[in-house]
Design a protein around this ligand. Structure first.
Ligand code: ATP
Length: 271
């Protein structure tokens, strides 16, 4: 994966507070076009908060988030609506994230309608998108309740991609699925990335999943990124010995930081 191009997303020293609680403490990461960056860490470390900050769902209290070179933390409501074309999200729960009263066709048409796409063009895009996520064209007339968890996640992915975004925030998108279905959905994410060049910020507890799909991985611990590296190096052997080796090889001299990194690794491996 080449990272010589300018980053699509550049998070710099970002902080988020919930009241007095400092949930993100000066977090930085880059995502380049066509890249998948994984965000792993124990529960409560701030992964979803970072995703929400990028989506503009949580206000930041410091730092910048640049998308295509523009700081989006200061975006107006109008600019945010435009950004919705470019930054989309897939959530964990394929049951709760789809409106049960809408057909799949209506679910996929909604973001296109908001974007001002004509009904005829929308129909064409929806049929094409259903093919891309490997669902039959007659799915348009069916309701979410008629689909399995994995199929529902395919619908949610189709909804996220229908406006051809440049970046998709994937917030634990396979953790509610059984292992076989997880593997199929991960393959789908990879295929769609190859076909469309979309970038992913892929939030997960699961190092195996992250190793399969991500190019780079950031490890979060208590609101900070404590480790970052290529996915194959960071996650190839998540054994204690390997973690130790990583820690020993680390250029970080600060013993405090070393201790945090060690705790983060142990917590993730135990999850
Ligand atoms: N709206 C909120 N108000 C107050 N505190 C919050 C809010 N949302 C999250 N937090 C707190 O911020 C911290 C980070 O939460 P966040 O959901 O980002 O973690 P996470 O790493 O995504 O966890 P998980 O893997 O369990 O989803 C946690 O301590 C959480 O309790």
């Amino acid at each position: 994966m080449t990272t010589s191009a300018a980053p699509l997303l550049s998070v710099r020293d970002v902080s988020v507070h919930y009241g007095k609680f400092h949930a993100l403490k000066g977090v930085s990461l880059d995502i380049h076009p066509g890249e998948c960056v994984g965000l792993v860490g124990e529960s409560g470390s701030g992964k979803s908060t970072l995703g929400k900050a990028v989506l503009g769902l949580t206000p930041t209290t410091g730092g910048t988030i640049s998308f295509n070179g523009h700081d989006i933390t200061k975006a107006s409501k109008r600019q945010r609506r435009q950004l919705a074309n470019d930054i989309q999200v897939v959530f964990q729960d394929p049951y709760g994230s789809l409106d049960p009263a809408m057909t799949v066709g209506q679910i996929l048409a909604e973001p296109l309608r908001v974007a001002g796409t004509s009904a005829a063009t929308a129909k064409q895009i929806i049929v094409e998108m259903l093919g891309k996520v490997r669902l039959p064209a007659d799915s348009v007339d069916r309701y979410p309740s008629e689909f399995s968890g994995g199929q529902r996640q395919r619908i949610a992915i189709a909804r996220a991609l229908v406006r051809r975004p440049q970046l998709v925030i994937c917030d634990e998108p396979v953790s509610a699925l059984d292992l076989t279905t997880q593997a199929a959905i991960i393959d789908l994410f990879i295929d769609l990335q190859r076909e469309t060049g979309v970038s992913y910020l892929f939030v997960s507890h699961d190092l195996g999943v992250v190793r399969r799909i991500c190019h780079e991985v950031s490890v979060m611990y208590k609101g900070e990124i404590v480790e970052h590296g290529p996915a194959d190096v960071v996650t190839t052997t998540p054994s204690q010995a390997y973690s130790q080796r990583l820690l020993m090889a680390s250029p970080v001299a600060d013993p405090d930081a070393q201790a945090k990194r060690r705790e983060a690794w142990l917590a993730i491996r135990a999850a």
